[in-house]
Design a protein around this ligand. Structure first.
Ligand code: ARG
Length: 464
């Protein structure tokens, strides 16, 4: 009988159909788990040595073999060119046996690819999460820098994309800073749940060998071990949660992108995007397109899609492991790649971004953004807010009909609508006063915003 190349050939008399073999093959993408799987295998090797399966020399041979394979992959570009192996786990085992001989065949004692893949995936993801958090932090830094560069700049704030009230430019920057801070926190939590060891659960029922799982966990820096073998080999919550956390990052980046795309349009003219992050049109010579931002906005959809695929892939699966779950890798890999590059590009956009302060100031003072201020002024004089709201509404209607801003009206005009209005109304309606009065925690007064900016800076420095 010809010897089968795969890990489970004994029971079979025929080799797999070629098309099916290709369909089944995950090595083309799960080779990304190579280093993680080697690390976990080294820890497992120690575990089965302590369980009395291997002698010390055997364990050392296997470990050295695994290290050699790891190093080889560093300099041999073609090392992974093998279309005959099924997945990264069979690749490593076959290379190990080639290298150290039959003793390599002992490594799989007490484990299954089911707990092996869950372990490698978690180990790999654990480090990626930290990297994504770092890149997110870099973007937070760029937001703080952009705020500091144009500290006194103002921006019209919008609701329903209609001019609403003026805000500080730094306030806008810090709004995104806050979203990203929550994103990093969420990833912290995901990290904690990822950082648990499934190895020792074997195929589904646990292992009969006396492997000290806690020691294996410590060896690879996992904080604990999973408590139920059935759950451990078939749980992909951690992957779904991770993609979910990334989906929210992408929501935030997408809104950031959308704001800036609008601001860069000729209609707004609030910002000029640098050539470094724009492209031209092949037909219209005048065009400068915000492609970097549009791609960020567009790529958000991919990540949401991955979350949906993972949820749908898991929802009907009976316990425990099912091959459907091999589909988890590409969704997570692409999520990682997409989130990282999008965060990086967003930071590049910000670094090159200049706000046209004259334009934003003009926009912040045109369009009755101080109408609420007038209502608040009346409230200060004892007028009930609802009445004040109505008075100001009528005043705005009048101002529109005469083509003036509120602060361009004469005092006598104001007094037609309310006798409470006096000469100090003009100061109350100024941009400085409008901004300055929003002086509670979280408000957009320069005082509060500069405080928040310092706090943001401090929070970034402390973590250094
Ligand atoms: N390549 C598989 C995956 O990614 C590894 C686990 C295979 N387990 C099995 N029983 N066939 O899920």
């Amino acid at each position: 009988m010809t010897e089968t190349k795969n890990l489970w050939g004994g029971r079979f008399t025929e080799s797999p159909d070629q098309t099916f073999a290709e369909f089944n093959n995950s090595f083309k993408f799960d080779k990304r788990l190579f280093t993680a799987d080697i690390r976990a295998s080294i820890a497992h090797c120690e575990g089965i040595f302590q369980a009395g399966i291997l002698t010390r020399p055997e364990a050392e041979r296997i470990k050295n073999g695994l290290w050699t394979i790891l190093k080889r992959s560093d300099f041999d570009k073609d090392y992974f060119n093998d279309s005959t192996v099924e997945d990264v786990h069979s690749f490593i085992e076959s290379r190990l046996v080639q290298l150290v001989g039959d003793v390599g065949k002992k490594l799989h004692t007490g484990r299954s690819r089911n707990d092996q893949v869950a372990t490698a995936f978690r180990l790999w993801l654990r480090d990626e999460i930290v990297e994504i958090q770092q890149i997110t932090r870099e973007l937070q830094k760029s937001l703080v820098e952009a705020a500091n560069r144009q500290k006194d700049a103002v921006l019209p704030g919008y609701t329903h994309l209609q001019r609403a009230q003026p805000v500080m430019w730094a306030h806008w920057c810090l709004a995104y800073f806050e979203m990203l801070a929550r994103d990093r926190e969420r990833l912290d939590e995901v990290w904690r749940r990822v950082n648990v060891l499934p190895l020792g659960s074997a195929a589904l029922a646990g292992t009969s060998f006396e492997i000290d799982r806690e020691t294996v966990a410590r060896e690879i820096g996992f904080e604990g071990v999973t408590s139920n073998s059935l759950d451990a080999v078939s749980d992909r919550d951690f992957a779904i949660e991770f993609v979910g956390a990334c989906a929210l990052i992408m929501v935030h980046l997408s809104r950031f992108a959308e704001d800036l795309i609008l601001y860069a349009s000729s209609e707004f003219q609030f910002i000029e995007l640098s050539d470094a992050v724009s492209t031209g049109s092949s037909l219209m010579p005048q065009k400068k397109n915000p492609d970097a931002l549009e791609l960020i906005r567009g790529k958000a959809g991919r990540v949401f899609g991955h979350q949906t695929s993972l949820l749908s892939m898991m929802k009907g699966l009976p316990l425990a492991y099912n091959k459907d779950m091999q589909e988890d890798k590409e969704a997570v890999f692409d999520t990682v790649d997409t989130v990282k590059i999008s965060l990086k590009v967003a930071a590049i956009v910000l670094k090159n971004l200049g706000l046209r302060e004259d334009k934003t100031r003009e926009a912040a003072t045109k369009g009755y953004l101080n109408a609420t201020e007038l209502a608040d002024y009346l409230v200060q004089r004892g007028v009930p807010f609802r009445t004040a709201h109505d008075v100001v509404g009528k005043t705005v209607l009048y101002s529109i009909s005469v083509g003036k801003e509120l602060n361009e009206l004469a005092l006598t005009d104001f007094q037609k609508f309310s006798s409470e209005i006096e000469n100090d109304v003009f100061e109350a309606l100024s941009l400085e006063k409008t901004l300055g009065s929003k002086n509670q925690i979280g408000g957009t007064s320069p005082e509060r915003v500069f405080e928040a900016l310092e706090e943001a800076q401090r929070s970034l420095e402390i973590e250094n």
